[in-house]
Design a protein. Structure first.
Lengths: 248, 324
């Protein structure tokens, strides 16, 4: 608990992380309100407008991933990791505290931002004469969103611990799902095995936060989540192993 | 008490610390000396488990550092003034360290006050001068009021008043019975501060002894004498068994004889003496003698220049204006 408090104090006493959290929160809300205010009265096929209003969360999950990266790589960049380890020499305990904080921060943020966005979108849609339904699909998307935020944060923390360079870790975390997995999907299609693209980790994890489940070429929400959780666990294990052996 | 035993650390194929063993006693200031690149900082990082040693153990009061549940209350360390996030205030830097070790918030204010940073504690670390960062590092080391303290070049960046304050503070800490290990390249400061010395070169132990024993073992005291009949006196002193050489200032440097013997010889040979004094060997000379073959990086040699002369009476000299 002491370590968790210390890590939380570190996060909230640096301007860059606070700015990122505010931007992520604002983006989620603004995008949600814009979607709710502009989505067609006749919903887009099977898409629920209330679920569609959570689109901004996909950007926020990346920004929260950056915050998670900074939680570790920021210490290496400033070399304050040495002051930290001189105060907490048990590295596994320190890594565990950072991991718990990252999960709590991501889940707490997602619950607040996605919950508030849902409420605002609900009000806007009612004001526009629609009667949005808060059904199972919405609950599953919200729950999946919380898990995706937590796992994405853990992946960010693990990548930062493995690479130890803030800029490189942020680039990798942002470009992997956006660029590398996109290119990999195209390549897999070219070599006639497009079905393998569903095993790309970030694509699988993204299913947690998507609606319109049931397509054949992607994993289901919870299978994708489990797969992405395994990916995050492997990365965290590798990061912890190296963290315990490397010079600070 | 600190016990370092057979500590070895390599980076790639370069051995930075080589089978190093020494002990640091409580209640004394121990200077940790060595030329640039000799492995002092690596040793200190290994002592705190920041760098993982290949072989060897370090024990603080009988315990490895990683066993301490509240290390800030056992061992305080100032390894580098820059080990803090530039965007975080000095106070918040100390707060998270205190929280991580379950120390009361009152300790933060106490150590800030002690090192004289209370007024700037809410400024970001990145805006601090090197001296202020050094003081913040010292505050962090003292946060848990530990009985063992490690300092890596604590005088760096301090102004003369700060250096004097640090010197007195180190003496005060050891007088309280704490174990104090200080690495420094400022030999004149160590000369005035340290009781014991651990001297290393190229990662290996050269000497671990008291200051007086180290100096006596490496440099002999000598007698400085100036006289208009230098050549005649040099011959007479040589006949009496002295080792005579020019001292670089127009006088003679005599080894192997006491000042009294030199005076008697001068009287017997009819030489007029303008000055006669015993010169104590300095730590710098002893250090140069002991580490001469271990210097890794050496600049181009220059002939020894005479010391700057004192201002002549009646001449004017204006002090440069200093602005902080």
């Amino acid at each position: 608990m002491k370590l968790l408090s210390a890590e939380w104090l570190k996060i909230r006493t640096v301007i860059s992380t606070k700015v990122l959290l505010i931007i992520a929160f604002g983006l989620t809300l603004v995008v949600g309100c814009l979607v709710a205010a502009n989505v067609g009265i006749d919903p887009l096929g099977d898409f629920d407008p209330l679920v569609l209003s959570l689109t901004g969360g996909s950007i926020a999950v990346t920004l929260l991933g950056v915050v998670s990266v900074l939680c570790m790589a920021g210490e290496y960049r400033s070399q304050s990791i040495r002051a930290t380890l001189a105060a907490v020499p048990q590295r596994s305990r320190l890594f565990a505290a950072k991991a718990v904080l990252v999960v709590l921060l991501n889940v707490g943020f997602a619950a607040l931002a996605l919950g508030l966005t849902t409420g605002l979108a609900w009000v806007i849609l009612i004001a526009r004469g629609q009667a949005p339904e808060f059904g199972n699909e919405h609950i599953a998307t919200l729950g999946g969103g919380l898990i995706l935020f937590a796992l994405h944060g853990l992946v960010g923390l693990a990548i930062a611990t493995l690479i130890r360079n803030a800029a490189a870790a942020i680039c990798l975390l942002v470009l992997w799902p956006l660029l590398f997995e996109g290119l990999a999907s195209v390549m897999l299609g070219l070599v006639k095995v497009p079905e393998l693209s569903k095993f790309l980790p970030f694509s699988a994890g993204a299913q947690l936060f998507l609606q319109n489940q049931g397509a054949e070429d992607v994993m289901s929400r919870w299978s994708g989540g489990l797969y992405f959780a395994g990916f995050a666990a492997v990365l965290c294990a590798a990061a912890l192993w190296l963290f315990n052996r490397r010079d600070a | 008490m600190i016990e370092v035993s057979r500590l070895t650390k390599s980076f790639a194929k370069r051995v930075a610390v080589d089978d190093l063993s020494f002990t640091v006693q409580a209640g004394r200031v121990t200077g940790f000396l060595g030329p640039n690149g000799s492995g002092k900082s690596t040793t200190m990082r290994c002592m705190l488990d920041l760098d993982r040693p290949d072989v060897g153990t370090v024990r603080f009061a009988g315990q490895p550092f990683s066993d301490f549940k509240r290390p800030l209350s056992e061992v305080g360390a100032v390894l580098d003034a820059g080990y803090a996030h530039p965007g975080r205030s000095g106070r918040n830097h100390l707060r998270y360290l205190a929280v991580s070790n379950g120390l009361p918030a009152s300790r933060v204010d106490a150590v800030l006050d002690l090192v004289g940073l209370s007024e700037v504690a809410n400024r970001r670390h990145g805006t601090y001068s090197l001296g202020m960062k050094q003081r913040l590092g010292l505050a962090a080391a003292l946060l848990g009021d530990p009985p063992i303290l490690l300092f890596d070049e604590p005088m760096n960046g301090l102004d003369p008043e700060g250096i004097r304050w640090m010197r007195q503070f180190l003496r005060f800490l050891s007088a309280e019975g704490r174990t104090v290990l200080v690495s420094s390249h400022l030999l004149s400061e160590m000369d005035q501060t340290a009781d014991d010395l651990v001297v290393i070169g190229q990662g290996r132990l050269i000497a671990a002894d008291s200051m007086a024993t180290f100096i006596a073992a490496n440099v002999r005291a000598w007698v400085s004498v100036s006289t208009p009949q230098a050549s005649e006196l040099a011959v007479a002193l040589g006949n009496r068994g002295g080792l005579v050489s020019p001292d670089g200032g127009g006088g003679l440097r005599v080894e192997g004889l006491t000042a009294a013997q030199v005076g008697e010889t001068a009287f017997a040979s009819g030489a007029v003496l303008h000055s006669l004094s015993t010169q104590q060997a300095s730590l710098e000379e002893a250090f140069m003698q002991a580490t001469g073959s271990s210097v890794e990086f050496r600049g181009q040699a220059f002939p020894e220049a005479p010391a700057p002369s004192a201002p002549v009476a009646g001449s004017t000299w204006a002090a440069p204006e200093c602005r902080s």
